[in-house]
Structure formats: structure tokens, C-alpha cells
Design a protein around this ligand. Sequence first.
Ligand code: PEP
Ligand code: MN
Length: 339
Amino acid sequence: MVIVLAQGTSKEQTAIIIKELEEANCTASITYGEFQNIIGVVGDTHNIDRERLAAFEFVEKVLAVQEPYKKANRAFHPENTVVRALGQTIGGDKLAVIAGPCSVESEAQIVGIAQAVKAAGANFLRGGAFKPRTSPYSFQGMKEEGLDLLKIAKAQTGLPIVSEIMSADRLDRFVDDVDIIQIGARNMQNFDLLKAVGQTGKPVLLKRGLSATIEEWLMSAEHVMAAGSEDVVLCERGIRTFETYTRNTLDLSAVLAVKRLSHLPVVVDPSHAAGLWWMVDALSRAAVAVGADGIMVEVHNDPLRAKCDGAQSIKPERFAALMSSLRVIAAASTRRIEL
Ligand code: PEP
Ligand code: MN
């Protein structure tokens, strides 16, 4: 942390700040400039209230030089985290492939898609039972019944389930029936939900908020981790920009940034990023080439009749072709795809 003092700050005023810093067990060193004095602070700055310091009239600026997240920070945890669920992994040298429909619609639909994506090489099944929809008149998901159907698909295929939670009221059901609890883009900063899910200790897939910076996203991961679950998978799913051709703009540079800043695994969801089915395979390949730990892809047997996100869903045949092409890229980027 660096504290810039205003011009003309007296020795007594400087001493007030130094005392505050020393009380927080930090070491302060002052650099006297021709016009302004600057205090460099080293030590665990965790306990220093930056806003309080900035409120002194003779403090011009308080600058952080360290990231505000600790548990998610690679500096404090250099080795990559590998998240495990039902014998499958996200992170490490095996590419994680999460595939399935936007929402669960019927037993035949979810079981059929689960079997098809498994045969093509997916290692997790996705499917929304509770859907966050922009319109209250759109399909809101099959809710508890959707979770029942996901359980049937899991029993038939052995694929671990990834599904989105919208309210902490349903936490018990999610803890019992879902292997990785998804927190959607719209809830990335629902701090009470983050805390409640974190307290369960279950693995969490945390999507990036629609307009969230990388630091805000990592701070949300920090909330989950501070509450108790250290198994957080970050999911880049596109962000809002001025461009309207695609649903969102896929920020692949975020994968590189997050891998540098954090030890947590990162997966890419090209379906919600592009919103267009025909872009999904090329963007998946780009995500793997850039170093993502996995992809999350929407697959539907009948996109024309899908109750949600048909325009961005690929058919099982196209998904199988995507998996074949991904094997080549995964191998070149030292990842493995089994099957
Ligand atoms: C989803 O995965 O179906 C979903 C709603 O995603 P997002 O929160 O990224 O919009
Ligand atoms: Mn969707």
C-alpha cells in the first residue's frame, strides 16, 4: 500500500498516519519529496481500513499494490487447484467438458442428451432446473422436478451434475442432488447466496457477471472461499460490450489474466458468450488453445423446439465433431481428452 500525503502535511499529521499503520502491525517508510511526502506500507495490510485513511484531509490518495483477494490469489497458493466431483476433475492436465441443455425439459430429453454427450467424451452434465429469465413470462425451469430428472440422467450415465441455484431456500436439495453448484452471471454479486453456498463446502461453478471486472469476479470467488468452499471453478461466459452482433463478447484474455492472478480453474462457456450456435465450436477450440481448463457447452437434441436458448445450442452430432477437433488442440496444449 502506498499513501500519498497532501502538500504541506505537517510532521504531527504524518505521525498520526504512521501510528495507525504501526498499530495494524505494518511497517511504514517515508519518502520525503520536494513537494509531497509518500508513505510506503509493507506487511499484512488486511487490517488497515483504506477508506478511513483516505478520509484524513491531509491524505491525498491511498493506493493498493496488492490484490484485495487472498484465498483466491496465486501469490498465496502457487499450485493450481483441481476441483473434483464424482471422480471427474476440473483443473490439472485433463480437459473438463461440461455439456447439456440450457434447461431440463423432460426425462427423455435430459437422459438422451446425457447419453449422447457422454458418448462423445463429455465428463459433466449441465442442465438448468431453476432458470433466471429476463422475462417473467418465459419458461422458468422445471424446478424440483428438473432436479429429479437430472438425478435419473446421472444414475444412467454416471456423469456428475452441474446446475444453477437461484435461491438459498433450495440449498438442501442442491447439496443432495447436484455435484457442482452453479452460481449464474446474474447472481455473481448476490453475496448472501455466495456465502450460503460456500458454507456447504460443495464445489461451486461461479460465472462471471454480465459487467463484472476480473477483480470483482475474483472477489466473489473470495466470498465463496471465505465462507468455506475452496473448490471454486470460474466460468467466463462473455461480458456486455457495445457490440450487439453476438449476445455478449467472449473475453478470452480473462482466461489468461485469471490463470496468472489465481490458482482456481477457469472454464469457458462459448454458448452464452456468442448466443449463436454456429460460433460455439470455433470459440471452444479458441478457449482450449488459450489455456482454459475446460468448456461448458449447451447441447440440445432439438434446438428449434428448445424451451430456452435454442439459438445457441448445438446438436449432439455437432458436439461429437467438436470433441474430435478439440482432441488435437488439447494435445497441443498438453491437455488430455479421454475416450
Ligand atoms: C446458464 O448457464 O444457463 C445461464 C443462465 O448462464 P449465465 O448465468 O452465464 O447467463
Ligand atoms: Mn442457457
